[in-house]
Design a protein. Sequence first.
Length: 107
Amino acid sequence: MSARTTILAKRIKENPQDSFSKFALALELLKINKTDNAKVLFESIIENDPNYVGVYYHLGKLHEQIGENNLARNAYKQGIEISDLLNDSHSKSELQSALMALELDID
């Protein structure tokens, strides 16, 4: 593991509710193909901090990468709903684009 992943893991151990550090660590883990670990962190963020809207896009992409298209679709749709609640049009647009691309690939 890199120094960055070690630092992030330490921050999470000190503050298990730190969504930013979980998110950053999950992205680092994806770089080294630790998708299962990243998935657990993304899901933990959604469970504990469902308004952390950026996580839905990345969880959806992870699901797509491992062939879980229905779960990817669900993540994008859930993120779109949260984006609406937060009036976050940028995130909503990115999630809608990802959902549309997924649905075009599936059909």
